[in-house]
Design a protein around this ligand. Structure first.
Ligand code: ADP
Ligand code: MG
Length: 403
């Protein structure tokens, strides 16, 4: 039976929940068995006694009908409460270089299954089958040759290209040569030379990434090519949003309505409400706070995604200047537009974003990076196309400069 199987499945993660489920399944069976047996006995006896006409003994069994019915009702009631009450289940795991925390409110079995499926999406994103396809495209960069890529990767890159066009290259999925240069600089705590920056910048440009589809033997093939040798991809600015979209569709398919996925506070998905029946409350970190836990704002999140891009996550100081990980591909240097953090929230069901359904995580992730690189003024222009986006801009002095 399904509840016994579920109890066994549960056992891997939640032994306590498993024993409760197992106990309730066994108890329900025993109660059902006992009451069914008793009622059958009463019936058989009644038949027999009618035949014999011994009315005294018939009355004796009639008396026991009431306890039998009570026992039957208790069994029904217990089978109703056996693990079906809403619980808040939570799991934390170090994955994709961050502490991911998933919270699901549903009955015990459903919530445990949802946690397992959500974590599987994250592990799969980390194992990253797409990375192999991207490496093949990079290896052929500058040769003019096309490389086949999976359809899902083709769709991700197409959306990234749209983000790049709309942000005039402030967000650029081909920024790999530059971001790698600055990552090395961060490790050495030394800015790269102007020549190195110029050389890497020459290997960046979304207009040098081409995508196409073609038909072969009745099948659609998806292909990509990079037009310049040395070009590299970097999906760092959209990958957490992509993972959130995967979790969101998995949970929606499973009928989950109340849940929170927190990928290291910079990317969040809030579905429905929390235990108190209110939207999930998310603290926005003060990038200039004295402690990591200093908050500058609290945002309600209900059927929305949130993405934060800040200069306080990965940076190094050199001669009094902050060199962070959000690079302006147009200059080749860390973006310097007076912002220290950008938070963007988007509703999951944003009707304006035709063709972006089910991709709000990726859109908000790209937008937070793009707005950070563009600065407040240009960033607001970009967001004019996305009216239901809510944005919090924090200046380099740690003050909120606009919403
Ligand atoms: P987080 O580090 O929280 O994921 P972001 O979503 O803003 O923050 O992503 C930052 C990452 O995106 C960087 O570490 C880098 O790999 C990549 N990146 C930096 N600048 C750009 C850019 N202009 N366009 C695209 N990707 C970028
Ligand atoms: Mg981002």
């Amino acid at each position: 039976p399904a509840d016994f199987l579920n109890a066994l499945r549960l056992n891997e993660r939640n032994p306590q929940g498993a024993s409760r489920t197992l106990f309730s399944a066994c108890f329900t069976r025993v109660c059902f068995g006992a009451s069914y047996g008793f009622v059958s006995l009463v019936k058989t006896q009644r038949c027999f006694l009618y035949l014999k006409g011994i009315h005294m003994i018939e009355r004796f069994f009639t008396l026991y009908k009431i306890p039998a019915a009570l026992l039957f009702c208790t069994a029904l009631l217990l089978s109703g409460c056996g693990g079906n009450g809403a619980v808040t289940a939570e799991e934390t795991k170090l994955v994709m270089g961050t502490v991911a925390r998933l919270t699901v409110r549903a009955d015990e079995i459903t919530s445990q299954a949802a946690l397992r499926d959500g974590m599987a999406v994250l592990t799969q994103t980390e194992q990253d089958a797409d990375g192999v396809a991207l490496a093949a495209v990079e290896a052929a960069a500058g040769t003019g040759e096309w490389r086949e890529i999976p359809r899902t990767l083709y769709e991700t890159l197409s959306r990234a290209q749209e983000g790049a066009r709309r942000s005039h290259g402030a967000f650029d999925v081909t920024a790999g040569a530059l971001t790698e240069l600055w990552e090395r600089a961060r490790a050495e705590k030394l800015p790269p030379s102007a020549e190195a920056v110029a050389a890497a910048r020459a290997c960046v440009g979304y207009e040098l990434l081409e995508l196409r589809t073609r038909e072969e033997n009745g099948q659609t093939k998806y292909e990509a090519r990079l037009m310049k040798a040395g070009m590299q991809f970097d999906r760092g600015a959209l990958i957490k949003g992509l993972a959130l979209d995967g979790i969101c569709s998995t949970w929606q398919r499973a009928g989950i309505t109340n849940a929170l996925a927190d990928l290291g506070t910079s990317s969040m998905l809030g579905m429905g409400v929390n235990e108190a029946g209110e939207p999930w409350q998310i603290g926005i970190r003060n990038p200039r706070g004295e402690r990591a836990g200093d908050m500058i704002a609290v945002l309600p999140l209900s059927d929305e995604v949130l993405s934060v891009s800040g200069d306080d996550e990965r940076y190094f100081m050199y001669e009094g200047r902050r060199y962070h990980h959000l690079i302006d591909p147009r200059t080749g240097y860390p973006a310097d537009t007076g912002l220290s953090s950008v938070a963007v929230t988007l509703p999951l069901a944003a009707e304006y974003a035709a063709g972006w359904e089910g991709n709000m995580g990726m859109l908000s992730d790209m937008l937070s990076t793009a707005v950070f690189v563009l600065g407040a003024e240009e960033g607001r222009k970009l967001l004019a196309d996305v009216p239901s986006a809510l944005v919090i801009l924090i200046g380099t002095d740690g003050k909120v400069i606009g919403e």
